[in-house]
Design a protein around this ligand. Structure first.
Ligand code: NAP
Length: 472
């Protein structure tokens, strides 16, 4: 089936088709069309032209469209789940969860549209403010370029599109080339729900050319990007006066204290390490366990990991399917080999078959190998022992990234000591760093990015507070 782009509410194809393939076995699942610069121009023009209609729409009208999109998406859950699973290779049970979460992201965006407000400014707190009153109103920034990665093709797009529309902006969305189908389907769903034509445009094609052309277009007011730190940093460095929100990578760490509930900690760590084959920005990658319970915790991790079922992503029993490409699977395999060559012990998994890698648990991973210091984005986790909490916190902070981290302990003092000392955007107590619900503020420090998502927080980034002052 063909999936043309959507510009100004209309399907638009180009002379450069590209097949989208199921990563697990290479089956073609659809054909998209790659934009050139002229279609980027057309999409931005359509978004700019729709700006007036979105700005004039009252909050309740925007909220109603988003609420309808929430309802319709849930009605068509299975169809969207199948599309996500086919384009990304994500197991179908996880794809269904992604559709549920995407719908909730739209519901929260709808609710936030009803709550969008400025504030009264206490002008007479300054002597010069005598006789003056002022308030702020939150105005849309204009055309927003939304660029999204392959791993959550629908929900990460909704985290940009939902808040942008709630705030009265218009959007040009460029999904990842591997996973554009659910985004194109979503643009049609929004049109059916009454969104003005041109308020949401979807263009497809290579990020390095059309993505950049879109971001640096003079009529684009803001870039909201989720993806790799390399690309994010480049966009920020070139963005000039444009607003930029960056949601980038991580190598999430979790501390397991000797007093923790080990059964629960191990079960959650296995889930957090291997969901979507570890291709989650907050996937559990580094586990630091107090020496006293290290061997018991490792045994539990291995036992649970070996129970995971590998298979075709459409099989409802599958826990682990392929990575996004065979090349990525080869990279993960080579990182495991490197860790083992430098003294790590491979406790289970790590065998690659085409694009699929068996979930791998490593122990005693040296601090200088790639699995310790870079983002693995694959089904591999390393476990290391520690003697005291200070040492564990130092190891967690030995990272260029800072998205989320966590601790398992029954000692509240230790939990909050770690929460205060670990440098991240979000810290979880008795929960894995992979934990996220869609209304919470979400974003990182250091190389993990700038700005926050979660509809309430994204709307703050996507609006300008305009001051209106009057002399009474
Ligand atoms: P990626 O290679 O950086 O691609 C992300 C998006 O950027 C794609 O749409 C890509 O298009 C586009 N792109 C590539 N080069 C570009 C350029 N020069 N200018 C503008 N756009 C460009 O990332 P990915 O491999 O899809 O995703 C994995 C990364 O995303 C990981 O690092 C992961 O941690 C991060 N991530 C972060 C979060 C978060 O919330 N913090 C969530 C999910 C993922 P093409 O596909 O056409 O190349």
């Amino acid at each position: 089936m063909d999936y043309p782009m959507r510009i100004g509410g209309e399907p638009v194809a180009s002379a450069q088709p590209l097949d989208v393939r199921l990563p697990y076995d290479g089956t073609t699942v659809g054909t998209i069309f790659q934009a050139g610069r002229e279609l980027v121009e057309a999409a931005v023009k359509a978004a700019k032209a729709a700006g007036g209609a979105m700005r004039e729409m009252i909050l309740d009208e925007r909220a109603t469209i988003l609420r309808k999109a929430y309802d319709r998406l849930l009605e068509r859950k299975e169809e969207f789940a199948k599309a996500i699973s086919s384009e990304s290779g994500k197991p179908i049970k996880e794809a269904r969860m992604e559709v549920d979460r995407s719908a909730l992201t739209l519901l929260f965006s709808s609710e936030e549209a009803h709550r969008l407000h400025g504030e009264v400014v206490p002008m007479d707190a300054s002597p010069g403010g005598r006789g003056h009153m002022a308030m702020t109103v939150r105005e849309p920034v204009g055309v927003i370029a939304a660029i999204t990665p392959f791993n959550f093709p629908l929900n990460l797009a909704m985290h940009k599109i939902g808040p942008a529309l709630a705030a009265g902006n218009t959007v040009v969305h460029k999904p990842a080339s591997a996973t554009p189908i659910s985004a194109i389907m979503m643009a049609d769903l929004f049109t059916e729900c009454g969104l003005p034509k041109g308020a949401l445009n979807v263009i497809t094609g290579p990020g390095g050319s059309i993505g950049e052309h879109l971001c640096f277009h003079q009529d684009v007011a803001m870039i909201t990007f989720t993806g790799s730190p390399e690309v994010g940093l480049r966009l920020r460095n070139l963005a000039g006066m444009k607003r930029v929100t960056l949601e980038l990578g991580n190598n999430s760490a979790v501390i397991v204290e000797g007093d923790a509930n080990l059964e629960e900690a191990a079960a959650r760590c296995v889930a957090g390490s291997f969901a979507h084959s570890g291709q989650v920005c907050i996937s559990v990658q580094r586990i630091f366990v107090e020496e006293t319970v290290r061997s018991e915790f490792m045994d539990r991790m291995v036992e649970l990991t070996e129970k995971l079922k590998l298979g075709h992503p459409h099989d409802p029993g599958t826990d682990i399917s392929s990575l996004i490409t065979e090349k990525e699977a080869e990279r993960v395999e080579s990182w495991i080999d490197e860790a083992v060559r430098h003294g790590a012990r491979l406790l289970t998994g790590g065998v690659r078959k085409r694009a699929t890698v068996e979930p791998a648990v490593l122990a005693d991973v040296p601090a200088n190998v790639q699995i310790s210091c870079k983002e693995a984005f694959g089904p591999v986790v390393g476990i290391n022992g520690y003697r005291n909490l200070e040492e564990a916190v130092a190891r967690v902070n030995e990272s260029d990234y800072g998205l989320q981290a966590g601790i398992y302990t029954r000692d509240i003092t230790k939990a909050f000591t770690a929460a205060r000392k670990v440098r991240v955007g979000g810290f979880m107590i008795n929960e894995i760093p992979q934990y996220r619900v869609d209304q919470m503020p979400y974003g990182g420090v250091k190389l993990s990015g700038t700005g926050r998502e979660g509809p309430k927080y994204a709307i703050e980034e996507m609006t300008e507070p305009k001051l209106i002052c009057w002399k009474v």
